[in-house]
Write a protein that binds this ligand. Structure first.
Ligand SMILES: NC(=O)C1=CN([C@@H]2O[C@H](COP(=O)(O)OP(=O)(O)OC[C@H]3O[C@@H](n4cnc5c(N)ncnc54)[C@H](OP(=O)(O)O)[C@@H]3O)[C@@H](O)[C@H]2O)C=CC1
Ligand SMILES: CC(=O)N[C@@H](CCC(=O)OP(=O)(O)O)C(=O)O
Length: 342
């Protein structure tokens, strides 16, 4: 069994890690941290875990995590870059769910996250944790930066077209919708029931911090800088991301065949039959990203639809997928959940 720690066990991605890891055939949970709930049984705060773990939350500290083989940081931006280097120096592997290690250019990081990076050496060594695009590097990594929820869906939708050179990289659009759990469990007026129920709105239109992350990664896929319009929306659902991605075709090809062959061996990506309209509820609780490719007759636009659960393939499930690769386990271990429909 591999010994696992979680920093930030009380948050939404933290409890999703717990749900997945309690049922993982090779993982043993050793330390779950919380500053606010230290001493409280984990299953007392999250009754879905009753009978699955006897652990109590502990204060975050290097000593509490020292016996782990791998530690997840499910914490706000700025925490992992301060606390992970001491664990890495002990030979403990780290998967960070925050954005601390996602961006290559630390000036861009400072501009979007409003803080100077405190671990630039580790930022240079970190591996971006999207297995479908970066599997070999993840397998040999000590530190993995798990992607953001929107960036996962948009990259899986657009990277095959860019890598094949079939679309204009300067003219990409990602129109995305998220469930409210994407904003985390912290008190936040914008996430109150009365604020989001029966309503729908865009946010971050003139600039969202996922824009530089998606642009960085799609530019790698394209081999040239991309031009992207990214518009996130908040929808009155708890979990789920729906990304509608548009690109202008510059060459003719069988797009359905391209997507099917690109993801043929990927256990976590499902390319649906031509003309499909994937639903977020079909992936709720599962680590799948479902894709569908569309092209209207006579149009030079391709439209790719992508759905995922923001807390699973968009966060904790993907982080466990990376853990499995880093520790030489079956990539799908513990990740067999099927979407909850209806
Ligand atoms: N929600 C989502 O859909 C996604 C979130 N992410 C990212 O994952 C990370 C966690 O997100 P989420 O679970 O939603 O966040 P939450 O706000 O729900 O939880 C944050 C957790 O971090 C802990 N924490 C806060 N500050 C510190 C600190 N200084 N030291 C140690 N622990 C701390 C909190 O526990 P306590 O205060 O008790 O210590 C809490 O358990 C964020 O970086 C987020 O951006 C990534 C993809 C998707
Ligand atoms: C609905 C909602 O508020 N979503 C969050 C994104 C969640 C996420 O993936 O964030 P990280 O990049 O921080 O990991 C947002 O727009 O800020």
């Amino acid at each position: 069994m591999v010994k696992i720690g979680i920093v930030g066990g009380t948050g939404y991605t933290g409890v999703e890690l717990l749900r997945i890891l309690c049922a993982h055939p090779h993982a043993q949970l050793c330390a779950i941290t919380s500053r606010t709930e230290a001493g409280r049984p984990v299953a007392d705060l999250y009754p879905n875990l009753r009978g699955h773990t006897d652990l109590c939350f502990v204060e975050p500290s290097e000593a509490a995590l020292a016996g782990c083989d791998l530690v997840f940081f499910a914490t706000p931006h700025g925490v992992a870059m301060a606390q992970a280097p001491a664990l890495l120096a002990r030979g403990i592997k780290v998967v960070d769910l925050s954005a601390d290690f996602r961006l290559r250019d630390l000036d861009v990081f400072a501009q979007w996250y409003g803080m100077t990076h405190s671990a630039p050496d580790w930022a240079a060594k970190a591996v971006y944790g999207l297995p479908e695009l970066n599997r070999a590097d993840i397998q040999s990594a000590d530190l993995v930066a798990a992607p953001g929820c929107y960036p996962t869906a948009v990259q899986l939708a657009l990277a095959p077209l860019l890598a094949a050179g079939l679309v204009d990289p300067s003219d990409l659009i990602a129109d995305c919708k998220s469930g409210v759990s994407g904003a985390g469990r912290g008190a936040n007026v914008g996430a109150l029931f009365a604020e989001v129920n029966d309503s729908f709105k865009a946010y971050g239109v003139s600039g969202h911090r996922h824009l530089p992350e998606i642009s960085q990664q799609l530019s790698i896929a394209a081999g040239t800088p991309v031009g992207l319009v990214f518009t996130p929306h908040l929808t009155p659902m708890t979990r789920g991301i729906h990304a509608t991605c548009y690109a202008r075709l510059t060459a003719d090809a069988d797009l359905q065949a391209l997507f099917e062959s690109t993801y043929a061996d990927e256990p976590m990506v499902d390319v649906m039959p031509a003309g499909s309209h994937p639903e977020t509820r079909s992936v709720r609780g599962s680590n799948q990203c479902r894709l569908a490719v569309h092209r209207a007759p006579g149009s030079d636009r391709v439209v790719v639809l992508a759905v995922e659960d923001n807390l699973v393939k968009g966060a904790s499930g993907q982080a466990v997928q990376c853990m499995n690769l880093m520790l030489g386990l079956d990539e799908s271990a513990g990740l067999g959940g099927i979407g909850l429909l209806p």
